[in-house]
Design a protein around this ligand. Structure first.
Ligand code: UDX
Length: 454
């Protein structure tokens, strides 16, 4: 099959490289000439494990190439995927579809022979209808079908998610369109991924409903974590205890500092707007957004509760990106957290394995360190915000030696409270009892060995 991928952002580049890897002939198109030149040189503009090697091998095999001009690739394509950005529109939370619609108009002019035009960007319900109308208006004789094929990739695990999806959703009632997309995804049926055909609007809604549901699940367990702290329960065990019920499922039940990223906040806001436009109030999703925003802002207070008044103190922060294995800082919980710490008068030093360059744009007033141990040197408290693998096995004895006060606030629960207490840390996780150190000397006075429960 011949595929044209319009947009070399996250979704476009990962999807294009994976389709090529299946053996399809793929051309990725982007208006940004600098980006295309860089891609031709083998430079990948995003941080995604394994993507550079995947792109390189498929370019070498001549199944993947890059261009700024969509004319030839669209004319030759069996399927044209629109994978351009749909940012939140300033002010009203609606998805901004400017890029989708201008791509549709340009595609219309270049179409030749039967082609399926596929929206892969996350677009509001009904966008496929408008894309079809725009193409028909610009090119009334075009032999084409517009389908919706939402993506469910997670940053940091995108290639695996693409190659081993839980399901593939294809939204079109047109039989010829279904056949073409069935052929495009045939290699995945070997992995037994269910290919689900639906009407176009249903597919568009599935994407939003999936993201809003996952955001709800996270927010639910975050609130249960708050309650766990008060009643002396352990949210990790609560999550396991409920997650083993197949009807609930164990995934996306990790309590933390609140969800961030480029999708959950933006898509949940857009879904609320879509519903409002249709006189439906999605009260649960609205509440999820509100609760999550408040939570992210409340995390700085959690640090001051553990470490005391922060004025003049130094707080070390490990992890800045919204999740591990990405350099993405969009809506990262670290932003309101660090801002809150600065507002409380703290000095902040931070380390992140991949996100420091992006973070500097959002958080210019902190000190960046290349190494976790340098970061914690002389610190009065350490906050772990992102659960990067390299933070899971830190040399804790060394960490404690480097710190001025052994206070650790672990917002991802990557350490065990009893281990931290035994090592002499004042340790606070999420949704678990706070532990005080065994035999720690504080202010010259020995504290009683204890393992306190709040
Ligand atoms: C998400 C969806 O998972 C994906 O299907 C969709 O295509 C895009 O949006 P992504 O934003 O890359 O993917 O990351 P994800 O792993 O889903 O995490 C989103 C946020 O939720 C992160 O801030 C993460 O830390 C948080 N999270 C996730 C939790 O706090 N707890 C969890 O149990 C899971």
């Amino acid at each position: 099959m011949r595929i044209a991928m319009i947009g070399t952002g996250y979704v476009g580049l990962v999807s294009g490289a994976c389709f090529a890897d299946f053996g399809h002939q793929v051309t990725c198109v982007d208006k940004n000439a600098g980006k295309i030149e860089a891609l031709r040189r083998g430079e990948i503009p995003i941080f995604e494990p394994g993507l550079d090697a995947l792109v390189a091998s498929n370019v070498k095999a001549r199944r993947l190439d890059f261009t700024t001009d969509l004319t030839a690739p669209v004319a030759e394509a069996d399927a044209v995927f629109i994978a351009v950005g749909t940012p939140s529109r300033r002010g009203d939370g609606h998805a901004d579809l400017t890029y989708v619609y201008s791509a549709a108009r340009e595609i219309a002019a270049a179409l030749s022979g039967f082609t399926v035009v596929v929206t892969k960007s996350t677009v509001p319900v009904g966008t496929g209808d408008e894309v079809e109308r725009l193409i028909r208006e610009a090119n009334p004789t075009a032999d084409m079908v517009v389908a919706s094929n939402p993506e469910f990739l997670r940053e940091g695990a995108a290639i695996r998610d693409f190659k081993y999806p839980d399901r593939i959703v294809v939204g079109t009632d047109n039989e010829r369109g279904r056949k073409v997309l069935g052929d495009v995804y045939r290699p995945l049926s070997l992995n037994q991924a269910p290919l689900m055909f639906t009407a176009r609007r249903t597919a568009e809604l599935i994407k939003y409903a999936a993201n809003a549901f996952l955001a709800t699940k996270i927010t639910f367990i975050n609130e249960i974590a708050d309650l766990s702290e008060k009643v002396g329960a352990d949210v990790q065990q609560v999550a396991r205890g409920i997650g083993l019920d197949n009807r609930i499922g164990s995934k996306f039940l990790h309590a933390g500092p609140g969800f961030g990223g480029s999708c959950f906040p933006k898509d949940a806001r857009a879904l609320v707007k879509i519903a409002q436009d249709h006189d439906v109030q999605l009260r649960i999703v609205e509440a999820v957004l509100g609760v999550n925003d408040i939570r992210k802002r409340a995390m700085a207070r959690k640090v001051s509760n553990a470490a005391g008044n922060l004025r003049g103190k130094t707080v070390a922060v490990l992890g800045l990106t919204f999740k591990p294995d990405t350099d993405d800082m969009r809506e990262a919980p670290s932003i309101p957290l660090v801002t809150g710490l600065l507002d409380m008068g703290a000095k902040v030093r931070a380390h992140d394995p991949a996100g420091m360059e992006q973070a500097r744009k959002e958080l210019p007033d902190i000190e960046y360190c290349d190494d976790p141990y340098v970061c914690v040197r002389g610190a009065d408290a350490l906050v772990i915000i992102t659960e990067w693998a390299q933070f899971r096995a830190l040399d804790l004895k060394r960490l404690k030696r480097e710190m001025a006060q052994p206070v650790v606030v672990d917002l991802r629960n990557i350490y065990r409270p009893e281990d931290m207490a035994a090592l002499g840390f004042i340790y606070e996780g999420i949704g678990r009892r706070r532990t005080s150190p065994v035999n720690v000397v504080e202010g010259g006075r020995a504290r009683i060995a204890s393992y306190t429960r709040r």
